[in-house]
Design a protein around this ligand. Structure first.
Ligand code: NAI
Length: 447
C-alpha cells in the first residue's frame, strides 16, 4: 500500500512524486511513455532547443552589424535534431536521478483506475491512500477533414523533420503556432498562419499581441486572421477567408497547432465516478477531484496548460493530501511565448481590467530605456506595460514584449502575487546594466 500513486511523469507528476517522497511518504510514479512527459520530450524543451538554433542562424545573418564578419552559413536540420535529443537526454537522466535519490518507485506501463484507491497496470494491481492524475494533454484534432492524415504534422511529430521545408502552413495562431512560425521563418521557410480569431495569441494583452503581429509580419510571416481552415487535401488547405469567401493554398509542410486536449481516456474515470469532460478533470484550487483520495494536476485538468502551473498544482495537491494547507493562486502564474522577441505576461490584461470595470492607471515604456537591451539587440524593439489600480496603485498586470523578458517576469509575478503597490515596487533595486531595468522604468512611470 502506497501513500501516493502518481499517474504520469511530466512536470506535474514527477515533481509531485518527488515532493511527497521528500515528505517521507511511500510513492509510486507510473508512466507508460518517457519520463519528463510532453514538456521534456515533445514540448517546452525540444521547442526551445529548436528556437535557440533558429535564432542563432538568424543572428548570424545580422552579425555584420555587431562587427562580426562570417562566411557562408547553413542550417543543418539533422544536427539540430541531434542537439535537441542530447539536451532532452541529459534532462531526462536528471529527472531519473532525482526520482531515485528521493526514493520514488518508478513503474512502467499504462495505469487505469479500478477503485478510488487502486490502479491496474498490466496484470498488477497497486493500492494507495491517494492517487494523483497527471496524465497531461495531447495535440487536439478538431473535426477538420484531412487534419488527421499522416502528412499533417503536430507539435509531437514536428520534431522528426529532417529538412528545411520551403513553404509551411500553420493552422492556429496561438502559442504553439507562433513559436513554430518564428522557427520556420528564421530558418528560411515561407510561413503562412491561419487563425480563426481576429487576433493572434488569444488571451494576451492586445497592445502586446498587436506589436508581436506587427514584428512577425515585418519578418515576412504571412497571417490570415479571422480565417478558418475548413479542410486539408494532400498538400492543399481549404479555408474561409475573413470576408467569408473560400480559397485554398498549398504547402510542403502543414502544422496543426489548434490547441491541446487533456488525456482523460482509458483511465477508468467513468468507472470510479471522477467528474470530467473532454475539457479535463474537474478540480478545486486544492487539486481535489469529486472522488475522495483522487487528485489531479496539470494539463489533464485543462486549467492552465503550462508546465510550471502543473508543477505548482501537483505540489499543492500533495501538500493538501498530507495535511499541509496550500492553495494555488492562478493570478500570479506568469506565461511566456518564446517567439523572437519573447512575450511575457503575468496578471490581468488591460482588456480584462476594463471588462471588470476596475479603475486603473498604466505605464508603457520601450525596452530600449534599458541600455543593456540596446547593447544586446541591434535594432530590436520591445516594450513593458504595467497596469495598476487607480486608487492604491496595486500592480494588477505586467506585460512585456522583448527578448530577455522571460527572465525578469518572475519579479513582476511576485509583485502581482503579493498585490505590491507601485510605491513599494519603486524601491526595488535592479542590477545594472540588465534588461530588467525596463520593468523598473515602467513601474516608475505609473502615475
Ligand atoms: P492555443 O489554444 O494557444 O491556440 C490554438 C489556436 O488555433 C486558437 O487561437 C484557435 O482560434 C486556432 N484555431 C483552431 N481551429 C482553427 C481553424 N480551423 N482554423 C484556424 N484557426 C484555428 O493552442 P496551442 O498553440 O496549440 O497550444 C496548446 C497549449 O499548449 C496552450 O494552452 C499553450 O498555453 C500551451 N503551450 C505553452 C507554451 C509556452 O508556455 N510557451 C508553448 C507551447 C504550448
Amino acid at each position: 500500500m502506497y501513500d501516493l500513486i502518481v499517474i504520469g511523469a511530466g512536470p506535474g507528476g514527477y515533481e509531485a512524486a518527488a515532493h511527497a517522497a521528500r515528505m517521507g511518504k511511500r510513492v509510486a510514479l507510473i508512466e507508460r511513455g518517457c519520463l519528463g512527459g510532453t514538456c521534456l520530450n515533445v514540448g517546452c524543451i525540444p521547442a526551445k532547443t529548436f528556437l535557440r538554433s533558429s535564432k542563432l542562424f538568424h543572428e548570424c545573418g545580422q552579425a555584420a552589424s555587431y562587427g562580426v564578419r562570417l562566411g557562408s552559413i547553413e542550417f543543418d536540420m539533422p544536427a539540430v535534431v541531434a542537439r535537441k535529443n542530447r539536451v532532452v537526454d541529459t534532462l531526462t537522466k536528471g529527472v531519473e536521478g532525482m526520482l531515485k535519490r528521493t526514493g520514488v518507485e518508478s513503474i512502467t506501463g499504462h495505469a487505469r483506475l479500478i477503485a478510488r484507491n487502486a490502479v491496474q497496470v498490466g496484470a498488477e494491481r497497486y493500492e494507495a491512500a491517494n492517487i494523483l492524475l497527471a496524465t497531461g494533454s495531447r495535440p487536439a484534432k478538431p473535426p477538420i477533414p484531412g487534419l488527421a492524415s499522416e502528412g499533417v504534422l503536430d507539435s509531437d511529430t514536428v520534431f522528426a523533420l529532417t529538412r528545411v521545408p520551403e513553404r509551411v502552413v500553420i493552422i492556429g495562431g496561438g502559442v504553439i503556432g507562433l513559436e513554430f512560425a518564428c522557427f520556420f521563418s528564421e530558418i528560411g521557410s515561407k510561413v503562412i498562419v491561419f487563425e480563426m480569431l481576429p487576433n493572434i495569441a488569444a488571451g494576451s494583452d492586445l497592445e502586446i499581441s498587436s506589436r508581436l503581429l506587427h514584428i512577425m509580419k515585418r519578418a515576412g510571416i504571412e497571417f490570415n486572421l479571422s480565417a478558418k481552415v475548413l479542410g486539408i487535401d494532400g498538400n492543399t488547405i481549404r479555408y474561409a477567408a475573413s470576408g467569408g469567401s473560400e480559397s485554398s493554398v498549398s504547402a510542403d509542410c502543414i502544422l496543426n497547432a489548434t490547441g491541446r486536449s487533456p488525456v482523460v481516456d482509458g483511465l477508468g474515470l467513468e468507472e470510479v465516478g471522477v467528474d470530467f469532460s473532454p475539457k479535463g478533470v474537474k478540480t478545486s484550487d486544492l487539486g481535489k477531484t469529486n472522488v475522495a483520495g483522487v487528485w489531479a494536476c496539470g494539463d489533464v485538468t485543462g486549467r492552465r496548460m503550462l508546465a510550471h502551473a502543473a508543477t505548482r498544482e501537483g505540489i499543492v495537491a500533495v501538500n493538501n493530501m498530507f495535511g499541509k494547507k496550500d492553495r494555488i493562486r492562478y493570478q500570479g502564474i506568469p506565461s511566456v511565448i518564446y517567439t523572437h522577441p519573447e512575450v511575457s505576461s503575468v496578471g490581468k490584461t488591460e482588456e480584462e481590467i476594463k471588462a471588470l470595470g476596475i479603475e486603473y492607471k498604466k505605464s508603457v515604456v520601450p525596452m530600449a530605456v534599458a541600455g543593456r537591451f540596446l547593447v544586446e539587440h541591434d535594432g530590436g524593439t520591445g516594450m513593458v506595460k504595467v497596469l495598476a489600480g487607480a486608487r492604491f496603485g496595486e500592480i494588477l498586470g505586467v506585460h512585456a514584449i522583448g527578448d530577455a523578458s522571460s527572465e525578469f517576469i518572475v519579479a513582476a509575478a511576485a509583485m502581482v502575487e503579493t498585490e505590491m503597490c507601485v510605491s513599494d515596487a519603486s524601491e526595488i533595486v535592479y542590477p545594472h546594466p540588465t534588461v530588467s531595468e525596463a520593468l523598473r522604468e515602467a513601474i516608475l512611470g505609473v502615475h
